[in-house]
Design a protein around this ligand. Sequence first.
Ligand SMILES: [Fe+2]
Ligand SMILES: [Fe+2]
Length: 202
Amino acid sequence: MNQESLNLNRNSFGNPQNAGNAMSNEEALALLDEWVKNEKLKVHMLQVGHLMKKFAQSKNYPDEVQHLWYLAGLLHDADWDQWPDQHCKKIIEELESRNLDPGMIRAIASHGPRYFGVEPESEMDKMLYAFDELSGFVHAYSLMRPTGYEGMEVKGVKKRLKDKTFAAQVSREDIQDASQRAAIPVEDLIQFVITHQITALE
Ligand SMILES: [Fe+2]
Ligand SMILES: [Fe+2]
């Protein structure tokens, strides 16, 4: 994938007047079902949505805010399955056309700064970027462990991170970069993912 081609070439997303506007969980899952046929990708999006919600919950944010965090995670890769060359332009435009919360849309737009050219700024932006690669990595690790998530430890994940041949498509550079931007040590992020990751479609 040519990195340049996914650059969004803009830095403003959604309309400030739509702050707080959310989709219901049912609407979001319907969009997911319509756009995403790949079950593995669906699991990834549900996992990231769940982690985002749990993180917002750990900060005692109000339910409406937790839901926006969840939606950002749940929908961040919605267009990747059918329109990879328009990732994440297409989902952003869809959410803008539905007059949804600009902060949630911006978080999606900044989940891959190297690709989309949008810097993660808010806490929601930074956490989506941080959980995205790490969630997938920890899940890949769980699939190769005989006991899955059971008994998984941070040090085991870190060992796999050092092994460049394991889940080679996961950028270690992005994981480090995201941890620095979020100002949360990678170890703590890994522990959070191990603790809260859902393991399959629920
Ligand atoms: Fe993505
Ligand atoms: Fe993702």
